[in-house]
Design a binder for this molecule. Structure first.
Ligand SMILES: [Zn+2]
Length: 123
């Protein structure tokens, strides 16, 4: 049985309004927020706003949830203004852009991480 509050895929999750809370298939709580670290992306913010996971890397289906209680937005916000506690846009957006040198460093880091993942050798 599928209930109407179930979200089957990452593409479906991208259609939800930003600030939507959900439980993934493992029971992990996330808030779907907009991010901009170099480029715009909808991501899953962990409870407390400390971690962000790509929508393709969380377990589906999702079940929609509501943030419980009031929030005074005192925990700060991500670069798109989403409160780290309740997920609502509560601050001004300050998208992060990278210059060519920063992008070069990111590419090197990504290539390094890929080598480590493939070989299991962190050197
Ligand atoms: Zn808040």
């Amino acid at each position: 049985m599928t209930d109407e509050y179930e979200v089957a895929t990452a593409d479906d999750a991208r259609l939800l309004p930003p600030g939507q809370w959900c439980l993934d298939a493992t029971g992990t709580v996330y808030c779907l927020v907009d991010t901009h670290m170099g480029f715009p992306q909808r991501m899953a913010m962990s409870k407390g706003g400390r971690g962000f996971t790509a929508l393709d890397n969380i377990a589906y289906p999702l079940h929609l949830a509501d943030f419980d209680g009031e929030c005074e937005h005192r925990w700060g916000a991500n670069e798109m203004g989403h409160c780290r506690r309740c997920g609502q846009v509560s601050h001004d957006a300050r998208p992060t852009h990278f210059d060519a040198e920063q992008m070069r460093v990111f590419r090197l880091a990504a290539e390094h991480n890929k080598r480590v993942a493939e070989s299991g050798d962190p050197s």
